[in-house]
Each structure stands twice: as C-alpha cells, then as structure tokens.
Design a protein around this ligand. Structure first.
Ligand code: 5AD
Ligand code: SF4
Length: 439
C-alpha cells in the first residue's frame, strides 16, 4: 500500500465550517488522505473560506499567494478552495490564481472524491452547484475512531430570511433540514466515540423542520441518548423561537442554559431596513419569556453598527436594548457591504463614525460579559473538561454557561464532567477547584 497522502485544511469563519472541514477530511480519507497541521508537509491544501464580512475574497487570494513557493517546490501539490468564497467567486478563483486546482462550494462536499481524482489527471475541478441530492446522504459514513468530548453536528443549512446585509442565503442557499433519523444516527455514533456534548448547528437552526416536533422535538429525542450529557444549538432567529423551544429550556436538563439569539440592532427603523421582521419590543418580550422558562440562562447576541441609515439616536436604541437585556456574551461588527445583498446599494455611514460606535458598544458588552463572569465566583458549576491547560497539571473545560473554566487538579481528565467551585474571574475565563462529580 502506498503511504498516506497528507491533507492540510485551514478553516475560517463559523462553526459550520469547522464541522464541514471535519467532513471534508473524512470524505478525502477514502482517497488515502490523512490530515496534517503543517502546510509544508501537505499533498493537498484546502482553504475552507468564509464570506460573511469584508475583504474575505482578498484575504483568500493573499493566502493563496503564500502557497506559491510550496507549489513551485512540489508541483504535485494540489490546492483547493472550499466554503462560501468558493461559492461566491467560483471560476474567478482559478482565473485569478491559476495554481488553484479545485474549487468546491459548501453544497458539493460529497463530490470531493471525484473532484480530487480529477485534479490528479492534471485537470481543474470546479463545483459550485446547489445539487438536488443531499450532500449529507452522500457523504461517506463517519469513522469510528475515538474523539474528544465535544462535537458540532450540522442539522440545518442555508437561510430563507434574507436579512438585507447578509450573504448566507446566496452562498449557502435555501433552508434545508436533515431528517431527524439521520441526525439521531450521527449523534449516537458520536456518543459511542466518546462525545458527551453536541452543539447542533444551522444558519437558522431554530427553523429546523426535519423532526415533527421541530428543533425542540429533536432536542427532546436527543436527550434520551444515554451518555450524551449536554446539548446546545446555534444560531437562532428571534422569529423562530417557538413556544415549545422556549419550554424545552425549562424542561430538558441536558439542554444547556445558554442561548445565542442575535438581534443586530435595537432601533426599529434599522431593524426594518435590515429586513429582520421584528421590533426591539418583540425581542425584549421574547427574552422575558425565555428567562421565565430558564431564569439562569446566559444570553449571547450579534450586533451590527453603522448599518446604512443608522443615526446616533438609532445607535443609542441599540445601547438601550443591550442595557435592558444584559448579555453574558456577544459579538459585534462594523457593517460591511456585501456585493449582491440589498443593503450594499445603500449609502453607508462614515467609517470613523462606525468605528467609534463599535468601540462604545464593545465597551458596554465587555462590561456585561465580565459582570456575568464575576457573578459566578463563589458558585458551583458543572464543567466538561476538554484539554490540558498551558500550566503543569492544569485542565480546562466549559461550564454549563459556556464559560472557560481552569482547574489545577489531577482528579480530572479529558472528557470528565465535574463539579467545580469558582474562585476567580479573569478577563476571559474562570478558575476554580474541583469539589466532586457533576450533579
Ligand atoms: N456586515 C457586518 N456584519 C455582518 N454579519 C453578517 N453579515 C454582515 C455584514 N454584511 C454578522 C451578523 C451575523 C453574524 C454571523 O455576522 O451580526 O449575525
Ligand atoms: Fe443571514 Fe442570519 Fe439573517 Fe439568515 S437570519 S439572512 S443567516 S443574518
């Protein structure tokens, strides 16, 4: 048998790309590839790209430029571009960077083996279709090897919401849900391989309709899997938080008390211009109902500042909403015009104004994040340990609320779920002492 070929994948962007990279590595495993974490060691380099914010394509071209020397040294090296930039740019990538051998969009990863074989004949391989067949059904079965205690599992892809700023409906296509039976099968497999926490992924995951009971139906069924201890999901749209999903937060012990629920802006005028189809008051009422179901829920959100037409008063509405909600975690971005989206045609807010607003918003969000963390000091939390820390004897894991928690103890190892008393809060993590097994 010939020695395995080496595959180097660099992943940009969201968690769905992390999941996709794993599945691409598995698909190419059948072609004799093993993964490597060194580009200079690779027989194939794949960039799994993200197109959500500005300059994504430019970054990909400059990253590709950096691989030129490797390709000159090793002409058999294959270079591929996957992900949302591949979808958006298509053949243009090969035109601008002729050393690229393969371009594959997110809906065609199951075709990677054929595409790779084509590159071995010296031809270019391009596939940015939205095929009829379901890529998940055509991907090779997942290997049985042991793996770490946490995993992502994509259950829904694409989006029909068409927020005016967002490329996802164009790069990932229409909303598609995987059938519940398939998801359950993959989840059981993951648990057999050592996974104790699963994060269900979808661009609009709470619109999942592959189960008769929707996302909450799937979560309730997943909770029945012995050995699966924790369930999370991301990312959600406020308008798809139905009554049963809210109720599940109070009823399903394995569903973690953490919710990423982007609102983007606190101004009704801006929300309307963004085509979000809800108001700030609607969002606040929703948060109240979710907190009634699960009072200790930690909320996370996404915000965009400097959206076309945003005035200082609109921005103040965003700050007011943030004050009213109290986020434990948040991501905030300066608006960036994405070609092909409706908002890209509109007049933009000056870059300096947007920068300054972003700073003010981030200061407030960091303060809230720190307060949520500090409030954990003195409390006992369950932590799922994922890996060794940098210091001797140190282990790090995540609490139910997704805080990173460090302990120095030989009583816990990777994959253990333990009860920890929090003693200190640092800028982006907590530290504590193990007090026993998880509750
Ligand atoms: N400009 C800035 N931020 C954006 N996001 C999506 N599109 C854009 C854009 N054009 C942000 C949104 C979304 C998150 C994943 O990225 O806040 O929720
Ligand atoms: Fe993009 Fe999310 Fe809006 Fe869908 S709901 S268009 S993924 S921001």
């Amino acid at each position: 048998m010939s020695a395995p070929k080496k595959l180097f994948i660099k992943t940009y962007g969201c968690q769905m790309n992390v999941y996709d990279s794993e599945r691409m590595a598995e698909a190419l495993g059948g072609q004799g590839y093993e993964t490597t974490d060194r580009a200079d060691d690779a027989d194939m380099i794949l960039l799994n790209t993200c197109h959500i914010r500005e300059k994504a394509a430019e970054k990909v071209y400059s990253e590709l430029g950096r691989f030129r020397a490797l390709k000159d040294e090793k002409p058999d090296l294959k270079i591929g571009v996957a992900g949302c930039v591949a979808q958006a740019e298509g053949a243009e990538i090969i035109k601008r960077q002729p050393m690229v051998d393969l371009v594959v969009g997110p809906q065609s990863y199951h075709r990677l083996p054929e595409l790779e074989a084509k590159t071995q004949t010296g031809a270019k391989a391009l596939d940015t279709d939205f095929p009829e067949e379901d890529k998940f059904e055509h991907l090779a079965a997942r290997p049985k090897a042991k793996r770490g205690p946490t995993a992502f599992l994509t259950v829904q892809e694409g989006c029909d919401k068409f927020c005016a700023f967002c490329v996802v409906p164009y790069t990932r296509g229409a909303e598609v849900s995987r059938p519940a039976a398939r998801v359950m099968g993959e989840a059981r497999d993951l648990v057999e391989r050592g996974v104790r926490e699963i994060t269900l992924l979808g661009q609009n995951v709470n619109a999942y309709h592959g189960h008769d009971g929707g996302l909450s139906g799937l979560i309730r069924e997943l909770a029945g899997i012995d050995g699966l201890e924790r369930i999370r999901f991301t990312t959600s749209h406020p308008n798809d938080m139905d009554d049963d999903l809210i109720a599940a937060h109070g009823e399903v012990d394995k569903l973690m008390p953490y919710l990423h629920l982007p609102v983007q802006s606190g101004s009704d005028k801006v929300l309307k211009a963004m085509n979000r189809k809800h108001t700030a008051a609607h969002y606040l009422r929703l948060i109240e109902r979710i907190r009634a179901a699960r009072p200790d829920l930690l909320l996370s959100g996404d915000f965009i500042v400097g959206f076309p037409g945003e005035t200082e008063a609109d921005f103040q509405d965003t700050l007011d909403l943030v004050e009213a909600v109290g986020y434990g975690q948040a991501y905030s971005f300066k608006y960036s015009a994405r070609p092909g989206t409706p908002a890209a045609e509109r007049e933009t807010v000056s870059g300096d104004v947007a920068d300054e607003r972003l700073q003010r918003l981030q200061a407030l969000l960091s303060k809230q994040q720190r307060a949520a963390q500090d409030a954990m000091v003195g409390r006992e939390v369950d932590v799922l340990f994922e890996k060794a820390g940098r210091m001797d004897g140190q282990m790090v894991g995540k609490s139910d609320h997704l805080h990173a928690v460090f302990v120095t103890s030989d009583a816990v190892k990777r994959g253990d779920l333990a009860r920890v008393r929090i003693v200190e809060s640092a800028s982006n993590s907590l530290s504590g002492e193990v007090v026993g097994p998880a509750r």
